[in-house]
Every structure is written in C-alpha cells, then in structure tokens.
Design a protein around this ligand. Structure first.
Ligand code: 6R9
Length: 670
C-alpha cells in the first residue's frame, strides 16, 4: 500500500465512529460468546493482569488433556525460553477429531468443494477419524515417530488436512510446503527439516487446469538424498505421472491394509506440533516452530471469540494449508471446536466470479474468511455474480494477510454482508500462531480498515523505532511489538534459536517485535501500516526481497540485483526488480532485453514459485549506490512508485546520475 493511501487510512480513523456488531448478527446467533465491549474489557484486563489464571481456565475449557498441566506459564522474552502449560500431556489430533467423532460421528467435519464441482464430497468426523488413523498407522509402519518432520506438498484438498492430522496423531511434525512453490523452494525446505517422508499427490486441479505436483516434487527430490519414501495421493490418475520404484507409494493402496483405528500418542504441551517456513528479512526462509498446547489453545480461542464460531456453524476459510491461515483457520481452529470446515480446491474466478458466493449458498456457510486481494478482484468484476446467490447464512466476514482499505471493507460489509455481519479484520502472523489484533464478534465495535483492539493476553505496544521507547497513550505511531508472551506464539526457528532471538526478541529487548509499523488512534484502535523490513506482501503471500534478489543473481548475465515492493491496486504490493548486467553493452539491444526479462521472470518462477515472479524488471547499467557500494533500495522504490520528484537528499550517493536513467527505464516499462 502506498504512503498516501495509508495516510488517508489513518486520517479516516479520526472521523469514524466505531460501529457495534449489527443487531442482525445476534438475531442469527442467539447464544453469544460475548455480549458487549465491557465483556471484552473485563476479560482482556484479566488476561493481562492474571495471565496464568485466565489461560489456565481457558485451557481447561477448550482442550481435552491426557494429563493436566502443573504450571501455566514459564520463561520470558529476555531469556527466549517461553513455555506454556508445563507438565501437561495431550494430543492435537484427538482434540480435533476423536472427541468430536465420539460425540457426533455423523456431523460433517470437512466439506470439500472440488475445483470441478462434481467431485465435491463431505467427510464426517467418523470418516475423518478413520482416514487419519489409516495414514497415521502407515506412517508409523514406515518408522515415523515422535519428533520426526514429515513434509507435505499437497494442494487444498481433504488429504492435506488428513496428512497433517495423521502426523500429529503419532507425535510427528508436519511441514507444509505451499503447492504454488517450485522445485527450488521445496528442496530447500525438505532439506532443512531433514524430512525422510514427503506426502503429495499425482496432480492437482485448480481453476480448470492441471497442476503437476508429483513432477515438480520429483525434480526437487533429485537433490534431497535423505528422503526415503513418498506417499502419493491419486487425484487425477494420469498414468504418465512418474513413480520411483521402492520410494513412491500410492496413498489409497497403502491405506487399504489398515483397519481405521490407531491410538493417538499423547505428547507434552511444549512438544512441537509443526513447522512452517516463512520469509524473513534475511537469509533463507525460517522454519517457524509451533508447540502443541499453546498453539491449539490460541487457535480455539480466537476462532471462538473473534469469529464467534459456534458448534452449529460452518466456516469457509478461503486460504491454503501452505500458509498459516490454512493451518489455524482451515484446520485447527474449526476442528478443535468441532465445527465443519469448507476446504476449497479452486480459485475465486473459476468457472466464474461467483464461485465463492455459490459455495456460501450451497453449504449455508456462516463464516467467510479471505485475503483483501481476492476481495479487490471480486469488487472490480462487478456485482452481477454476487446478486445471484443467497448469502443470508453469513454472520462473520473475516479479512487477513494485508491491510484492508476502508473502501474494500465497506464493500465487503455492504455487498457481501448486507450490513448484517460482523466484519473482522484480523492482524496476525505465521509467528503469532493466531490473531493478535482483531475485533471480537459481538463485543468490539469496528472501524473500516482498522484491526481494532488486541486479543486476550496480547499486551500490544507501539515503540518509537528511533529511541526504542514505548509510546504511551493514544494518537501515536511507530513499530508494533508485544510486551509479554502469549500461548500460541512460535517458540523458536527450527535448529536455529539464535535466528529466532535475533529476528523477534533482540531488536527491542524485553519485547516481541512484529516487523510491522502501526498507529494507535484516539480511541486506542490499532491501524496496521505494513512491514518495516524487507518483506513484501503480494496478494497476501509473504516474500523476502532478499530471496528474490539471490535468485536473480543466479543468472550468469546479472551482476547486481535489487528488489522492492510497491503499491499495487490489485495485489496490494507488487514485486519490482532492477538488475545490473555483467555485460552493460547488452542494455542497448531492445530485443535482447525483452528476452532477458522473460528469462529472469521464468527463473524466479522456477526457483521460488509463480507468485514471486517480478511484475516488472528494470534493466540498467548501474544501480543507485552509497559511497560504500550498498544499493539504495529506497531510491528504487520511490522511482518505481512514480515519486521520483520526492527522492530528497542524494548527497550520500556515489552515482546520483543513475537516477535519470532509472526514471526513463521505469517510464518505458510501466
Ligand atoms: C496471517 C498472515 C504476516 C504479515 C504481517 C503483516 C501482514 C497480516 C494483516 C496484515 C495488515 C492485517 N498482515 N494480516 N497487515 N492487516 N489484517 O498473513 O501471516 O503470511 O506470516 O504474514 O502479513 O505485515 O506481519 P504471514
């Protein structure tokens, strides 16, 4: 989002009066989790003043334990040794599946809406238990045990959720790799986690097209000698898909041999539940580690209190298990509460722009959760496809992944929610495990575009980045941090605790640093302004500029590269790359340049994934640099955002003359 828009957003905060949850919301759902703002204030105060009492109570309310915990919380940000519910034992799969299967075996658990509508199906809690048990027993028979990390490279299908649950049933960790990632990214993740088993499918279906999961994985595994076995779900049955004898096994065939019950393995509260790789500002992606009890409690509590998800509801999270939203709000949040989750394989635009709304109508979804990027696209495409469907089942509409502009918020409220829904802009991160700042349904009045108030136990602070001091009071702006540990926060970076400390706990000692800028307005409401580090957010996908730069440098023709994110109407931010060539004479040959741009874009697609490909590539004979030779990305960002006139001081530059060249390149390209 560009600065002007953000300013606009923040100024709007001054004018907007918070809107209470619409009355219609309560009419649709008479037994409420929370009734008004005082409910929120009372519980929030308790959660901050007496976290052990508060979360101890919540952990008994929401989770089933094999052994009760002895101590609620332990450790500090200073020491980096945060732990919750010590001495407790539980199993996350039991909490998400067994206990609901025993109580309501025939209740839908996973509602699968396939890309091709005709292939849709519903799995009850009983079905889910049986299928999870079969995969769990298979993995156990392959020698997978507590603490092992199983890589999962599957698109949004029930099998992705089943595979994840099967791992945690036997105490193994899942490491999901987004199905849009290419061979290079898969290799990096499988390698780093020392995964011996990978679970995938032959092919996927998305937007009417076939995706080639197994073929891409085969490519990646050429450089992963530790992988011993690959479990392949037969999704399309294309006989051309290459299987490696002795390594690759068909899911359906292998599972036939197991009866369908396999006991869950109770683990310690602090035993890791999963790892998920995410982009940071430096180096390779970080394997963020989440632990069992705290994460599961955060998922349960936020799903109940932010969304007000009740047992008779149906949640449609239009996310992907390759990202944290899919983990917490497609799988763990709804299932730990025993609520059906809609798993959608396709895209919002296939076969037409009405697909999301058709799904809502078909399954009478009460809750819908999506990234603003999809809303922007759907808003642009007009209302005809929305008006065709009955959306009156909806009660809560959520937004996640990037700031939601107030005009999109209002459109969501009016056109999709018909003014009757709670609109929840939820701010959180892979590392936070669950919502950090979000309006609690029924309790916290909303403002279009604001993430509103912190969730229970989140002692949010705004810090002045220059002085490192906490800014007290309202009407302040700075970087967002958290003062004390919360149950669902990540505990470490896999095999590199120093990286965890350096990224989150060292920048402002005594605080957890989010990496985001934020403002707190006169009502104490939080407005998230976006990353203050080198992370870009394209359509809600988190990317590191450094990673893309490193890929561009792999090309033999490139000597220097600089990547920045600039505001984009559709995708929130767009990736722009500037490269300097080894052979600067080439720059003058237009045709060669067109071919080179294509080549570089392809390189990024191939190594990281299609969603990381730069929108534009600027080829220059020199990049703006400091006298010590550092690339000045700020200047590149300004020029690419059309703000060359406000570049400001260039006296520290070694080569100010390059700006003219850069501007003309950008003008030609954009
Ligand atoms: C859940 C998720 C985290 C980063 C985060 C921030 C941005 C997420 C947001 C938001 C403004 C919101 N972000 N939600 N910015 N408003 N409601 O997206 O996790 O992929 O780790 O990204 O996304 O910049 O730091 P993740």
């Amino acid at each position: 989002m560009d600065e002007e828009k953000l300013e606009q957003l923040v100024h709007e905060a001054d004018r907007v009066v918070p809107r209470p949850t619409p009355k219609e919301f309560f009419r649709k759902q008479p037994h409420k989790s929370l009734e008004n703002i005082s409910d929120y204030e009372r519980l929030y105060k308790e959660s901050i003043e007496n976290p052990d009492g508060f979360f101890g109570k919540m952990a008994h309310k929401f989770l089933s334990w094999d052994r009760d915990f002895d101590k609620v919380s332990w450790g500090s940000f200073e020491q980096g040794d945060v732990a919750w519910f010590l001495g407790g034992k539980l199993n996350a799969c039991y909490n998400c599946v067994d206990r609901h299967a025993f109580a309501h075996p025939d209740k839908p658990a996973i509602i699968f809406e396939a890309d091709d509508e005709k292939e849709s199906r519903i799995l009850t809690f009983k079905d889910l238990l049986q299928q999870v048990c079969q995969v769990a027993e298979l993995l156990a028979s392959w020698g997978i045990k507590k603490g092992d990390i199983v890589a999962i490279y599957l698109p949004m299908t029930p099998e992705a959720l089943i595979a994840m649950l099967a791992c945690v049933r036997i105490g193994a960790l899942h490491s999901c790799i987004f199905a849009g990632f290419s061979a290079g990214s898969i290799k990096e993740r499988v390698f780093d986690a020392h995964s011996k088993v990978v679970i995938t499918c032959d092919e996927g279906k998305r937007g009417g097209k076939i995706t080639h999961a197994k073929q891409i994985l085969n490519e990646a595994l050429k450089e992963c000698p530790e992988v011993e076995k690959v479990l392949v779900y037969k999704r399309t049955g294309n006989p051309k898909v290459e299987m490696v004898e002795g390594r690759d096994f068909w899911w359906q065939k292998e599972c036939e041999q197991f009866r369908g019950y396999f006991p869950p393995v109770p683990v310690d509260s602090e035993d890791p539940l999963f790892i998920l790789y995410t982009s940071g500002s430096t180096g390779t992606p970080k394997g963020v580690v989440h632990c069992t009890a705290g994460y599961l409690l955060g998922a349960a509590m936020t799903t109940r209190y932010v969304f007000d998800l009740q047992p008779e509801d149906t949640l449609f999270t239009a996310g992907d298990v390759g990202w944290i939203t899919g983990h917490t709000y497609s799988l763990y949040g709804p299932l730990v509460l025993g609520v059906p989750t809609i798993v959608f394989e396709g895209t919002p635009a296939y076969p037409d722009m009405g697909r999301f709304w058709k799904i809502v109508e078909k399954y009478k979804a009460t809750h819908f959760y999506v990234a603003p990027t999809a809303l922007r696209m759907l808003k642009k495409s007009g209302e005809a496809e929305i008006d065709k469907y009955d959306l009156s089942s909806l009660r809560t509409l959520g937004s996640v992944g990037e700031p939601i502009a107030s005009e999109i918020w209002k459109w969501y409220d009016e056109k999709i929610g018909h003014g009757c829904c709670h609109i929840a802009d939820t701010y959180w991160q892979t590392e936070s495990g669950s919502h950090l700042i979000a309006p609690l349904a029924g309790a916290v009045p909303t403002k279009p575009g604001a993430a509103t108030l912190p969730f229970f136990g989140i002692d949010a602070v705004i810090i002045d980045p220059q002085t490192g001091k906490v800014l007290e009071g309202n009407d302040v702006e700075g970087v967002l941090a958290v003062r004390s540990p919360w149950p669902s926060m990540a505990r470490t970076v896999y095999q590199c605790h120093q990286r965890f400390l350096n990224a989150y706990l060292r920048p402002y000692p005594g605080f957890y640093f989010t990496g985001d800028g934020a403002g707190r307005d006169h009502d104490g409401y939080y407005w998230i302004k976006g990353r203050v580090d080198d992370v870009v957010n394209v359509s809600g996908h988190r990317l590191s500029t450094g990673e893309i730069e490193a890929v561009l440098l792999e090309s033999k023709k490139v000597s220097e590269s600089a990547v920045v994110g600039i505001g984009d109407d559709l995708t929130g931010q767009a990736v722009i790359a500037a490269v300097q060539l080894k052979d600067s004479h080439l720059v003058h040959d237009a045709e060669t340049m067109i071919a080179l741009r294509k080549e570089l874009r392809l390189l990024v697609r191939k190594v990281i994934g299609p969603f990381a490909a730069p929108k534009s590539i600027i080829i220059v004979d020199d990049l703006p640099k400091t006298r010590s030779g550092k690339i000045i990305r700020r200047i590149l960002r300004k020029v690419c955002s059309g703000e060359a006139k406000s570049i400001g001081d260039t006296s520290t530059m070694a080569n100010p003359h390059v700006i003219v060249n850069l501007v003309s390149e950008v003008e030609q390209q954009f």
